[in-house]
Write a protein of this length. Structure first.
Length: 256
């Protein structure tokens, strides 16, 4: 059983998570011309769909993808309550299986990428399910050299960490498959990366085929620990090249 299944029912009880999703949505709107777009959307590592709910007013049909079955079930219910558009929830690994609703005009994730073992493969999979000209928006922790973000939450969120601290895991071995981790955590390892530096995210997105890549601080931080410590969030955006070809794809209504 995915450990996040047991956290799904009470995940949104923390007002900081809800407020963080609103700040993440505002940051994406600042960088991507999605306001009023009606774009078809994919949320990767969606959890309960907090970010999709915050963006729903500007989007069309939304697909939630997560490897936690309970997260996707609850996410579908709560996102459906926030929009009149069609909502689909898929419990799957995007590097293995393509959602039936693909392709999409925008894909996004919030604080999910650092749980995913094969980041390079995940981003290449995202690239492949976007229409030509489609956008990607990633919000995740800035590189946390001492790994304190997850140590601060060890009692609640990440109790099974068995690895050296302060390691960004940027080499090819760790950006590839990791035997103890899946797309959104496992029983033995709940996070794989201690955040990502802007330079690392830039390299990852460009290597996955994205163009017009821009990486900057997102303008907000996540507080954790006692006393609370602020952990900055990085925003990375990019596009699938408009010149790419895809069968039966429809270009975004406003490719920017």
């Amino acid at each position: 059983m995915n450990r996040f299944d047991g956290l799904a029912a009470t995940w949104d009880d923390d007002p900081a998570k809800v407020a963080g999703a609103e700040r993440a949505a505002a940051s994406l709107r600042d960088a991507i011309p999605l306001v009023g777009s009606g774009w078809s959307a994919l949320e990767l590592g969606s959890g309960t769909g907090l970010l999709s709910r915050a963006l729903a007013a500007d989007l069309g049909a939304i697909t939630l993808v997560d490897t936690s079955e309970q997260m996707t079930i609850i996410g579908a219910e709560r996102v459906s309550a926030a929009t009149e558009e069609h909502v689909t929830a898929c419990c799957l690994d995007l590097t293995v299986e393509t959602p039936p609703t693909a392709p999409y005009e925008i894909a996004y994730s919030m604080l999910a990428l650092h749980h995913m073992a094969d980041v390079a493969a995940v981003l290449m999979a995202v690239h492949e399910v976007l229409v030509p000209g489609g956008w990607v928006g990633i919000l995740d922790l800035d590189h946390d050299p001492d790994g304190s973000f997850h140590r601060a939450g060890a009692g609640e969120h990440h109790p099974h960490e068995h690895r050296p601290q302060g390691h960004e895991r940027l080499d090819h071995e760790h950006l590839g498959q990791h035997e103890h981790a899946d797309q959104h955590g496992t029983e033995s390892v709940d996070h794989v990366h201690d955040g990502f530096s802007p330079a690392t995210l830039t390299t990852l997105l460009r290597s996955a085929g994205f163009v017009d890549v821009e990486v900057a601080m997102a303008g907000f931080a996540v507080e954790k620990g006692e006393p609370p410590r602020a952990y900055p969030v990085v925003r990375a955006v990019g596009r699938r090249a408009p010149s790419d070809t895809m069968t039966d794809a429809v270009s975004p209504t406003d490719p920017g």
